[in-house]
Design a protein around this ligand. Structure first.
Ligand SMILES: Nc1ncnc2c1ncn2[C@@H]1O[C@H](COP(=O)(O)OP(=O)(O)OP(=O)(O)O)[C@@H](O)[C@H]1O
Ligand SMILES: [Mg+2]
Length: 333
């Protein structure tokens, strides 16, 4: 019989960190728990009911309705979720058109709908109005969408750092993700979460590391559409990282769900091109420069090396250390 110490040092021949290890880690540390998600959804449902009623009671304001967007709506939220995204559709012709005016106007409407809230509970942020609940500490980012009667819910959103409003559709984004989730039940959403977790660890190590969740989701979607089976998380994660390294993120990513490829511009001149599946003119990666692209590629290269070293590690302890480079110190194997 081997002692515990000796067992930990025992060489193994098969892959030391398995799909089951990653799945268990995801369950314990990465994923927003189902009960917590339900809880958040319930709280945000109450908020939305209230705002939808307020909109209906004040038709003169041009508020239309709210919609849950972002990772809580898509089922791709991490445990570390710190804000909930709600879109507020407003009539473009009745509301201020410049972003700061629109946000201030929206904040005034929200304060009117919630007179009992303190001034600092409803704050104008860069691209949204943030409502913070005093008791739970939960915060909801309300983003205005300027709507012009499009049946697919297309409207203009400011929220994305490019400066200009972007024509897009939150309901079509939700449908896009739902379609991929249905094709690879549980596994697609889990891969999105694991990639987002890896990104989170990179950001903790480097303030300058940028890789927005929506872009990660599009890259995972691209691989899923390309036939990558996501049911083994070690293999699938390796494939995502290998894709980043091999393409150096210089291959454009696009989808033909809502427009033909022929509609895409020949080149946008940007280092990374990941197109919004709903709007062929919206490169969701337009904000990234060459050095940010390089950082992502380097990080993926390092992660890939760590995973392959883990495969050949002679002790489980060493394999765990390698995977910690990818998934952070909370990964214990
Ligand atoms: N550049 C963009 N162009 C168009 N729509 C975008 C863009 N960025 C985000 N969105 C929309 O906003 C939603 C939320 O995007 P975000 O990147 O905040 O991801 P998230 O899924 O909420 O992730 P997180 O868990 O990190 O908050 C997306 O699902 C998409 O509908
Ligand atoms: Mg979000």
């Amino acid at each position: 019989m081997l002692g515990a110490q000796a067992a930990a040092e025992t060489p193994f021949s098969s892959a030391p960190i398995s799909h089951a290890d990653i799945a268990a880690f995801a369950d314990d540390c990465v994923n927003l728990k189902r009960e917590d998600a339900e809880d958040y959804r319930e709280q945000v449902r109450r908020l939305r009911d209230k705002l939808d009623k307020y909109a209906a009671d004040h038709p003169e304001y041009g508020l239309i309705k709210t919609m849950l967007s972002g990772s809580l709506a898509k089922g791709t939220a991490l445990k570390t979720l710190n804000d909930i995204d709600v879109a507020f559709y407003v009539k473009a012709e009745k509301t201020p058109s410049a972003e700061p005016d629109l946000l201030n106007w929206l904040a005034a409407r929200l304060r009117e709908a919630y007179p009992q809230m303190k001034a600092d509970q409803i704050k104008v942020n860069k691209h949204s109005v943030c409502i913070t609940y005093a008791v739970s500490g939960l915060s909801v980012d309300v983003v205005p969408v300027q709507y012009k009667d499009d049946p697919d819910g297309r409207g203009y959103l400011f929220a994305f750092d490019g400066g200009k409003p972007v024509l897009t559709s939150i309901p079509l984004h939700l449908a896009f993700i739902r379609k991929r989730k249905a094709r690879q039940k549980d596994h697609f959403a889990q891969m999105v979460r694991l990639v987002k977790w890896w990104i989170r660890i990179q950001k903790l190590n480097d303030d300058g590391f940028k890789f927005k969740s929506f872009m990660a989701e599009m890259i995972v979607s691209h691989l899923a559409d390309d036939g990558v089976d996501m049911s083994d998380y070690t293999v699938a994660l390796e494939k995502v990282l290998a894709y980043i390294v091999k393409s150096r993120l210089k291959t454009r990513v696009y989808f033909t769900d809502y427009y033909p490829a022929s509609k895409l511009a020949k080149s946008t001149g940007k280092p990374i091109e990941v197109f919004d599946p709903v709007n062929e003119n919206n490169n969701v990666a337009a904000i990234y420069n060459e050095s940010q692209r390089q950082k992502i590629v380097n990080a993926a290269q390092n992660a890939l090396e760590a995973i392959s070293e883990a495969r050949f590690a002679t002790t489980r302890g060493r394999a765990i250390e390698c995977w910690q480079d990818v998934l952070g110190p909370s990964f214990r194997g």
